[in-house]
Design a protein around this ligand. Sequence first.
Ligand SMILES: [Zn+2]
Length: 68
Amino acid sequence: MKVNCLSCGFKEDLGDAYDDYEGQVKCFTCGSLLEIKTDQGTIKAVQLVKSKHRSLKQETEESLVSGG
Ligand SMILES: [Zn+2]
């Protein structure tokens, strides 16, 4: 199952486990949250839940963890 990220446009390979799935997945590339619905290996719906990009009005403030 592959799905195009609505935020960065990258085609994510989610694997066979998502051939029949409904819920949220996270883009490995940009970290955006997508809500997808698939049925028998076919994408029925893709919706952008949360984008990491600042283009959306909805801006979330995340406390950055200092990693050294
Ligand atoms: Zn993405």
